[in-house]
Design a protein around this ligand. Structure first.
Ligand code: URA
Length: 273
């Protein structure tokens, strides 16, 4: 193929939405799905780095993977241990197509935790949550109430590996990430939690009503024997698409600022550490 043709093809693929170079040879995913591995993916030897084929996981294999996630999460006694437990977890098919395990960013000592949905392309490349356009808006939202991920805000996601093509994670994939998220919340020990968008609201609090109904409403999240105030708000990626709704997010941020103050976190808005 001429260089010009190759460039034209590449441009066409980008126009069509391709955003990741996966490998030199095409992968027939239908065949890969039709022939499940003889052993569960969890017990299989690790895939070579070039094999970016999502493994099908369902039924007993998904159950095994969820049990493995629960055991690994429970054994972690610090955030650093939890991160390496997740990096060593091979049960989630999303991990096979992701570049990085996207664990968290920010300072847990600020004790204000934000939970988003899942890494996108930029987050997968960099290995940190919310570094793309939505992340830039999130940083502005945080700054408006004196929060800053380098100082006093901590950010993670429900899903820790980028779903291919940013598709919705399957219920099994989400279930494999949840033990890690629940342990993550315990170890980060926040005084207040904000759920960014409907996916986080659904998985963390079981809210199936639309985010427009649940946003701005304070609820309780149990961490050990302590109840932590938790509030869903609009996801910054949604606000990029619907800027007219920024005023609603602004109201929620004001409620968060007031709650932080009542929790004795005034130094957060005064620029302390
Ligand atoms: N959207 C999310 O929910 N999380 C990210 O990390 C990036 C975008």
């Amino acid at each position: 193929m001429q260089d010009k043709d190759a460039l034209g093809t590449l441009n066409w693929l980008v126009e069509a939405g391709a955003d990741e170079a996966m490998g030199e040879t095409p992968v027939n995913r239908l065949v890969a799905r039709a022939e499940p591995p003889a052993v569960s993916p969890m017990k299989a030897s690790p895939a070579p780095v070039t094999a970016k084929v999502p493994l099908p996981v369902g039924g007993a294999a998904a159950g095994d993977a969820i049990s493995d996630a629960m055991a690994r999460a429970a054994a972690a006694t610090s955030l650093a241990e939890l991160k390496s437990a997740m990096e060593g977890f091979e049960g989630c098919p999303l991990k096979r197509t992701a570049t990085h395990t996207v664990f968290a960013d920010g300072n847990p000592k600020g004790r204000v935790l934000f939970i988003g949905e899942a890494p996108g392309r930029d987050e997968d490349r960099v290995g940190k949550p919310f570094v793309g356009r939505a992340g830039q808006l999130l940083d502005k939202m945080l700054a408006s109430i004196g929060l800053d991920r380098t100082r006093n805000a901590y950010i993670t996601n429900v899903i820790n590996w980028r779903p291919p093509d940013n598709r919705d994670p399957s219920p099994e994939e989400a279930a494999m990430c949840m033990p890690f998220l629940r342990r993550h919340i315990e170890l980060a020990d926040p005084l207040v939690i904000v759920l960014l968008g409907a996916v986080a609201a659904r998985h963390v609090m079981g809210i199936s009503d639309g985010i427009m109904k649940s946003r701005g409403r304070w609820m309780d999240y149990r961490v050990g024997d302590r109840m932590v105030p938790i509030m869903p708000t609009l996801h910054p990626a949604y606000l990029l698409r619907q800027p007219g709704h920024k005023k609603l997010a602004w109201r929620d941020l004001q409620a968060l600022a007031a709650r932080m103050e009542s929790l004795g976190l005034p130094e957060l808005s005064a620029g302390g550490n």
